[in-house]
Design a protein around this ligand. Structure first.
Ligand code: HAM
Length: 427
């Protein structure tokens, strides 16, 4: 039996594999990625490329031992030297590891990096949730200011706006600092203690080990109980309160609509102060398009200098799915414009040199190498949406001309080889 693709992953081809995968073509991926990169660069972010795998401990220490990611979602393996490695479940931990290890602080602050690539989480696959998924993420390292938070949120929404996305909702919250959070955790424990047996098994464990994580629960009964839980906003210290108030003013000034969701704590332990998520109603069950927040202590926890930072990551499959559902226009990449067909050995040899010449003039040309009938070649060029054919036969070669055929209009022209490049450029 031929070997099939593993569960929760998929190929990206130039065309959709079936009607349910119309959002998934390499052209759509490339377009979305190019817009995200262009916007991030225009805000002063530079690219960082991080490894696909890291020491497992990096992720455990960063995202937190009691998170779903660390508990059950990592692809962890021992290498041949018996070291525990994990495929990256997210990018922030690696960017921070790189920042500390490569002494990037010496470049001065702030530093702003974006990254693009696959992340891996062993989740139950369903629409919008995969085991390998694409993220575009970025991290602004070094600024404690709410202005930086607002800039990052604005950047994210600018990418979505440029892509033509509609019906987005921005949710924000503040999770304060670890010091002030202690009181909130006590209040949460007091609230959940009498309801413990009603909670899911996972949440009962979280109660013991990291009570805040109960708020991430996807269990429907848990969710109902969580609605009545105390609000973290009532426990914020003054600095976090002011930070959160300034963020709201700045977003308001930019005309960004948002809602405050005081139960939003995100599924990662490293956040301090601001957290945010973007959802879209057109997405279905997995409605979160992107998420992020501030993490003022993570670099220090990874033994680097105390450096406040903020960032986000957007899921690319979910983004492509909503874009498709909302019929947002996709800008096509440049495609083959001309198919060069030579008839006879001598013409073929000459055409092959011409092909190189045309390409050097940035014309998008392919050449037909088979000796099949010209009618069949033209038909398959038309099928591939190539608009023109260039035909070089013995006669044309002798007269230093070439036949230019428009496959759409079904018209032909004889063009002198000397004028060919200039002529083709005008088409
Ligand atoms: P996250 O919320 O875990 O945050 O992931 C960000 C986005 O990745 C989600 O909103 C979702 O769109 C997408 N995503 C996550 N898991 C899956 C999956 N299994 N299948 C498809 N898409 C998925 C982070 O990863 C943080 N590193 C974000 C951040 C950066 N915070 C600060 N800086």
């Amino acid at each position: 039996m031929p070997i099939s693709i593993p569960k929760g992953v998929f190929d990206v081809l130039p065309f959709p594999l079936d009607s349910s995968m119309e959002w998934n073509t390499s052209e759509r991926w490339a377009y979305v990625e190019s817009v995200a990169i262009e916007v991030a660069r225009s805000y002063g972010f530079e690219e960082i490329r991080i490894p696909i795998f890291e020491h497992t401990e990096l992720f455990i220490r960063s995202v937190g031992e009691q998170t779903d990611i660390a508990q059950k979602e990592m692809f962890t393996f021992l290498d041949r030297g018996n070291r525990s490695l994990s495929l990256r479940p997210e990018g922030t931990a690696s960017v921070m590891r790189s920042y500390v290890e490569n002494h990037l602080s010496q470049r001065g602050l702030p530093q702003k990096y974006y990254y693009l690539g696959s992340m891996f989480r062993y989740e139950r696959p369903q629409a919008g949730r995969y085991r390998q998924f694409g993220q575009f993420g970025l991290e602004a390292i070094g600024s404690p200011s709410a202005y930086q938070d607002a800039e990052v949120i604005d950047l994210m929404l600018t990418i979505y706006k440029k892509l033509g996305l509609k019906k987005l909702q921005v949710m924000i919250n503040s999770v304060g600092t670890p010091q002030t959070r202690k009181q909130y955790l006590d209040a949460l424990r007091a609230f959940f203690a009498p309801r413990l047996t009603e909670l899911s098994q996972d949440s009962q464990t979280r109660f013991e080990k990291n009570v805040l994580r109960i708020l991430d629960s996807k269990d429907t009964t848990d969710k109902k109980i969580i609605e009545g839980a105390p609000s973290i906003l009532d426990f914020l210290d003054d600095a976090s309160k002011q930070h959160f108030a300034l963020l709201q003013t700045l977003l308001g000034n930019l005309g960004i609509d948002f809602v405050i969701n005081d139960k939003l704590v995100r599924g990662l332990d490293y956040y301090t102060k601001t957290v945010f998520e973007i959802t879209c109603d057109d997405l279905g069950a997995q409605s979160t398009l992107a998420g992020g927040g501030r993490y003022d202590n993570l670099i220090q926890e990874l033994e680097g200098p105390a450096t406040p930072s903020v960032g986000f990551a957007m899921g690319l499959e979910r983004l492509l799915q909503v874009l498709h559902r909302q019929n947002a226009p996709i800008k096509s990449l440049p495609r083959t414009q001309f198919l060069l067909i030579a008839l006879g050995q001598e013409a073929k040899c000459a055409a092959f040199s011409l092909l190189k010449q045309l390409r050097e003039h940035h014309l998008m040309v392919e050449m037909e190498y088979s000796d099949r009938k010209i009618g069949a070649t033209l038909q398959s060029a038309d099928k591939k949406n190539i608009p023109y054919a260039l035909i070089l036969g013995e006669e044309e070669l002798a007269g230093r001309t070439i036949t230019l055929k428009s496959l759409k209009e079904r018209s032909s022209d004889s063009i002198s080889l000397d004028k060919l490049i200039n002529h083709l450029k005008t088409l």
